[in-house]
Design a protein around this ligand. Structure first.
Ligand code: PEP
Length: 248
């Protein structure tokens, strides 16, 4: 059985007032909290861990540096995330790749740093609209998997999120056929590389997931959950996605 996961990426949104949403969410989803990880801004990791204590919900970060410590102004190390009570870290989000020039090699190094701190990495891959229109989607996904996923990956330390860049924050959702094609390809690639373990990695879809489309997306055999941006900010929007996953 693969582990289901509804991961919320709050991006650069939220001050302490937003923590109330976590309490509301926990009340709305009950046992579904076991399948939830919320990644707030780094400033909210500690209070978010406190606010969700005892609920089963877990807290993660949106990025980490590949080094354990040092002269990297503004960055945070994976060990700091773990020390703050975080259990997961998103690596390779397309906004990090675009805003900070992160390459697959850097994402590979960040993933290993996450593991060294005992964190589970949520590694994001996905094609641009130009790449899709040029018919290169599977080539891009294959190359990202080959170059960013380290050999020591296991279903316990790595979750892969397929996020077509053109669907993030745009309201455009990939069609079910597009999602199935890419998720089946990721699964095949992982099985070729990791054997039986490849079948056990959790694969998330991300890109404008919301209450209205989550249930259909979760019908895909190789979709084990979602990485959700905008619709994770409010409990009332995120709870139905968690519930759709629980019933998938
Ligand atoms: C994301 O931030 O990873 C994301 C998928 O955002 P949104 O759900 O807003 O498209």
């Amino acid at each position: 059985m693969r582990r289901k996961l509804a991961a919320g990426n709050w991006k650069m949104n939220g001050t302490r007032d937003a923590l109330a949403e976590l309490t509301i969410l926990a009340d709305m989803i009950g046992e579904g909290a076991q399948d939830v990880v919320i990644c707030p801004p780094a400033t909210l990791i500690v209070p978010a861990v406190e606010a969700t204590s005892g609920t089963g919900m877990r807290i993660g970060a949106q990025d980490c540096h590949s080094a354990p410590s040092g002269a990297h102004t503004g960055d945070i190390a994976a060990e700091m995330i773990a020390d703050a009570g975080g259990t997961h870290v998103i690596v390779g989000h397309s906004e990090r790749r675009a805003d900070h020039g992160e390459t697959d090699a850097m994402v590979h190094a960040k993933t290993e740093a996450a593991w060294a701190a005992g964190l589970t990495a949520i590694l994001c891959i996905g094609e641009s609209l130009d790449q899709r229109e040029a018919g290169k989607t599977l080539d891009v996904i294959g190359a990202q998997l080959a170059q960013s996923v380290p050999d020591a990956a296991t279903p316990d330390n790595l979750v892969i999120a397929y996020e077509p860049i053109w669907a993030i924050g745009t309201g455009k959702v990939a069609t079910l056929d597009q999602i199935v094609e890419v998720h089946d390809f990721i699964r095949e690639t992982l099985v070729k590389r990791f054997g039986g373990a490849g079948a056990a990695f959790s694969l998330l879809y991300g890109g404008s997931v919301k209450a209205a489309n989550a249930a259909e997306i979760f019908t895909a055999e190789n979709v084990d959950g979602a990485l959700v941006g905008g619709a994770s900010l409010k409990a009332a929007d995120f709870a139905p996605i968690v519930s759709a996953l629980a019933h998938a």
